[in-house]
Design a protein around this ligand. Sequence first.
Ligand SMILES: C[S@@+](CC[C@H](N)C(=O)[O-])C[C@H]1O[C@@H](n2cnc3c(N)ncnc32)[C@H](O)[C@@H]1O
Length: 166
Amino acid sequence: MATDFNTREHSSNNERDIRKYFYNLFKDSPIPENELLSNLGLYTSRQTLSRQLFMHELYKKIINVHGVIMEFGVRWGQNLALFENFRGIYEPYNYNRKIIGFDTFEGFPSVTSLDKGLRKGDYSVTDDYEVYLEKVLDYHEAESPISHIRKYELIKGDATVTRKTI
Ligand SMILES: C[S@@+](CC[C@H](N)C(=O)[O-])C[C@H]1O[C@@H](n2cnc3c(N)ncnc32)[C@H](O)[C@@H]1O
């Protein structure tokens, strides 16, 4: 399986080394599988937690605003999963709060000179990743109320071309 998706990294060698070491600690976790997912906080880094808190702040700002959430460029979909969880926490019965994610699932379809250092195809994902992501998003919906109504959508393709009619 491909492991190089042409992501831009700005880490030092030391940071890369300790992250690799830490990933191995995670991979070899002695925590039993029925407890591992509910103990992921053990492996959440400061940077990852900061991103999650930032998304949380954004979500809190829209709670009193009618409408849907759209993310243009979801990649592995971590923000979509967060938004599903925030919706389940803050507005579990708001079936109008659809979460719509756009991505080519093949990386950047094109770049210009303004996209410094980026090349076409950067930030791609594994083949058919959107099929896997749908299963993950289905799970998160299943863990919240009104789970029989699908409240998310993935739109595959160049977001400057694809359309979504609400
Ligand atoms: C750097 S990743 C960001 C992923 C996500 N927002 C996150 O924070 O984890 C950029 C994503 O945007 C997608 N992308 C870039 N240009 C796009 C376009 N014109 N249409 C659809 N997706 C696009 C890429 O495929 C990639 O998955």
